[in-house]
Design a protein around this ligand. Structure first.
Ligand code: CP
Ligand code: NVA
Length: 318
């Protein structure tokens, strides 16, 4: 715990200093707890408007190969809040893997800046860039993982329930990047995750085994009601992720029984909350009644991207 007035003052090096964040599996349970604790503290500081600038003079490069609202804005505002600066690099500018290799992109950026955030398609490209860049590299979403979303999700669940240990969470829909990071995050914090997915859309076996090695594999089912039964939180995401637009029509049909609606929420605990990483498609993966209803915590969850990522930036760059 660092008192508010000491932010920006020279202090001992963070135990996470210089590390990457490509997946949540890079952290142990104690490190995840440390990031969440730091996020709570930074959230309180922001609310109390205490000026602080621990990342004064530091710059984050943000490489985007896909569109974004939350990730771009929360990282940029987060760096600004911490006294640093962020550069938004669009797909047209970087053209990673086309104009130059991910490894050259990483090595060159590392000569100018202090950390790199990357949103891309192929997780392998991110690993290649991170291996070449000798500054912290943060995954701002790849086809396989979305660890910053995972941290914000854990923060939101912890705020809601006090502790994550034993909290029953249901994820209903595609076993995608968001489901993967949620699986690893739940394994690291003791939350009990069940994923309901259509046949052929389970999380990858590799991620399930990774979650098992970190504490617990998610339970898998093809029945949404089974996952939602008694859950304290019901989570869903889009049926077609960025890059899967060509499959959208087929997926809409296949995923229709997995819509989170009022009836499915009725299987969950009476005080259950609804989560969605956003952007959302009302009438597809969730009804308007649920996502805009009293159980929804989507705005807290989106806001928590800012606080969780500030904690991550602070701990990786201090
Ligand atoms: N949840 C999330 O990552 O949102 P954006 O795609 O808008 O960044
Ligand atoms: N699974 C979604 C998450 C968007 C934040 C996607 O990859 O498009």
């Amino acid at each position: 715990m660092i008192p508010a007035e000491s932010y920006g003052q020279p202090s001992s090096q963070s135990p996470l200093s210089g590390r990457d964040c490509l997946t949540l599996a890079e952290f142990d349970p104690e490190e995840v707890r440390q990031i969440l604790d730091e996020a709570v503290k930074l959230k309180a500081l922001r609310r109390s408007r205490i000026p602080y600038g621990p990342l004064r003079g530091k710059t984050l490069a943000m490489v985007f190969q896909k569109p974004s609202n939350r990730t771009r804005v929360s990282f940029e505002v987060g760096m600004y809040n911490l006294g640093g600066h962020a550069l938004h690099l669009t797909p047209e500018e970087i053209q990673m893997g086309q104009r130059e290799t991910p490894s050259d992109t990483g090595r060159v950026l590392a000569r100018y800046i202090d950390a790199i955030m990357v949103r891309t398609f192929d997780h392998g490209e991110l690993e290649e860039l991170a291996a070449a860049a000798d500054v912290p590299v943060i995954n701002g979403l790849s086809d396989l993982h979305h660890p910053c979303q995972g941290l914000a999700d854990l923060l939101t669940l912890r705020e809601e329930f006090g502790s994550l240990e034993g909290v029953k969470v249901a994820y209903v829909g595609d076993g995608n990047n968001v489901a993967h990071s949620l699986s690893l995050g739940c394994a690291l914090t003791g939350a009990r995750l069940t994923i309901a997915h259509p046949e052929g859309h389970a999380p990858t076996g590799e991620v399930v085994e990774l979650a098992r090695s970190l504490g617990a594999a998610p339970a898998l089912t093809t029945y949404p009601g089974e996952a939602a039964s008694g859950a304290r939180a019901v989570y869903t995401d889009v049926w077609s992720s960025m890059g899967q637009e060509a499959e959208a029509t087929e997926r809409r049909e296949r995923f229709a029984p997995y819509q989170v609606d009022e009836a499915l929420m009725g299987h969950a605990a009476p005080d259950a909350i609804f989560l969605h990483c956003l952007p959302a498609h009302r009438g597809e993966e969730v009804t308007a009644g649920v996502i805009d209803g009293p159980q929804s915590r989507i705005l807290d969850q989106a806001e928590n991207r800012l606080h969780a990522q500030k904690a991550l930036l602070y701990l990786l760059l201090s």
